[in-house]
Write a protein that binds this ligand. Structure first.
Ligand SMILES: CC(C)(COP(=O)(O)OP(=O)(O)OC[C@H]1O[C@@H](n2cnc3c(N)ncnc32)[C@H](O)[C@@H]1OP(=O)(O)O)[C@@H](O)C(=O)NCCC(=O)NCCS
Length: 369
């Protein structure tokens, strides 16, 4: 019997060409490209092309993929009906998980393929924006085909075209989170597809896994903490109090990065820049104070991607409960690429458990217990 490894830490469960998380050096690499160099340059569509087709697109290839994505933004009739039927106070991650599942009802055991990846990726922003509009008593806004993935999501959410600054910030975020090695949601997606299930089922597993506060759900908790702190000069005392009570400070720590998460470095810059441009520097300042306090008390815990993304979203006017769903919008590119990769070289993922229960008990009939 192999050793029990809690949390499967350090276990290599797949070979991938999609992304490298270099935890020792704080580097994230997509198919050979160091993401810190490209996050401000690339569009989300370029990353999706890189993941799905294995190379950066030339102009006609990029235009082709952008057209396919923008042509696949509408929901199936069943998915639109499911969206309408869900309660207005539902958690958007639950809405996303449920509607994606309904989108997949006609794809039983279909092999994962790029058209399905495009369809499910394109429809996420539509689900989230339409749900947000409906819960405010507003009509959904039809997608605009000439707008890219980031710009169109913001447009459908608010009904007005977002400024280039906001679109750029969101696009950078979508690029930065598009894939991240064998993270928990990618693992659950791979486990599902490895049984030769279908892509929609695997994405549904992934969304459910991303939702938890130890994974994608952390960004919403970070914003709750920033709001609770309220002013930069209260940060130190409040964080120290949390640490004293052995509470986890959300947005810090990482299973793989033993130095700063390279995505946090970029988002810190965006948080400051957006704070200055929008007159909301306070959220960046509170974040900095939290980071300084953590640095003193827990020098081995660095901010992760979720820490500065919280203030960035908030300054963009995005509702808190859409933070984790936006993570999902981005991670769709990686999930789907990893599913294609798993399927192309599949082996059932089936670890073992170590039985630690009683060795042998004698059955007692129910009326004698
Ligand atoms: C991400 C995370 C789950 C990785 O955890 P992990 O590799 O399993 O590490 P552990 O949970 O075993 O934590 C190791 C130690 O660091 C401490 N620690 C880890 N993250 C912490 C945090 N954010 N705040 C305070 N302490 C933390 C743990 O309490 C533990 O201390 P102990 O050994 O004294 O008990 C963890 O750092 C965490 O919970 N972070 C907050 C949630 C978050 O931001 N998630 C988003 C990840 S991108």
């Amino acid at each position: 019997m192999p050793d029990y490894v809690p949390g499967l830490e350090g276990i290599v469960a797949a070979q991938t060409e999609i992304s490298l998380v270099d935890g020792a050096n704080g580097r994230l690499v997509y198919r050979g490209y160091v993401i810190a160099d490209l996050a401000e340059e690339m569009s989300f569509e370029e990353v999706a092309h890189l993941f799905w087709f294995g190379h950066l697109p030339n102009r006609p290839e990029l235009d082709g993929l952008a057209a396919e994505l923008s042509g696949s933004r509408s929901l199936t009739q069943a998915a639109a009906a499911a969206l309408d039927a869900l309660p207005k106070d539902a958690d958007p991650m639950d809405v996303l998980r449920s509607v994606v599942s309904v989108q997949g009802v006609r794809h039983r055991l279909e092999k994962p393929n790029v058209p399905a990846a495009i369809h499910v990726t394109a429809s996420f922003p539509t689900v989230l924006a339409a749900f947000h509009r409906r819960r405010q008593g507003l009509d959904p806004v039809k997608p605009r085909p000439e707008l890219g993935h980031a710009a169109n999501y913001l447009y459908m959410l608010t009904g007005t075209e977002a400024s280039p600054d906001l679109v750029r910030a969101l696009n950078t975020y979508l690029v930065l989170l598009a894939d991240h090695g064998m993270n928990a949601s990618t693992f659950s997606a791979r486990v599902t597809i490895a049984t030769l299930s279908d892509m929609y089922s695997a994405i549904t597993s992934a969304i459910g896994t991303l939702k938890g506060p130890l994974h994608g759900g952390a960004n919403e908790r970070v914003m709750e903490t920033l709001l609770e702190i309220g002013e930069a000069d209260r940060a130190r005392d409040m964080i120290n109090a949390k640490l004293k009570q052995h509470e986890r400070v959300m947005g810090f720590g990482h299973r793989v990065y033993k130095t700063e998460d390279p995505r946090a470095t970029i988002l810190r810059r965006h948080s400051e820049a957006l704070g200055r441009r929008t007159g909301q520097l306070k959220w960046y300042e509170i974040s900095r104070e939290v980071e300084k306090t953590m640095r003193e008390d827990k020098p081995d815990l660095y901010p992760n991607v979720d820490f500065y993304s919280a203030s960035v979203y908030h300054m963009m006017g995005i509702p808190i409960d859409q933070f984790t769903p936006i993570f999902a919008i981005s991670r769709m590119a990686g999930w789907t690429a990893q599913l294609l990769e798993q399927y192309a070289n599949n082996r059932l993922i089936r670890p073992e458990s170590e039985y630690v229960g009683p060795p042998s008990l004698k059955y007692v009939p129910i009326d004698k217990r």
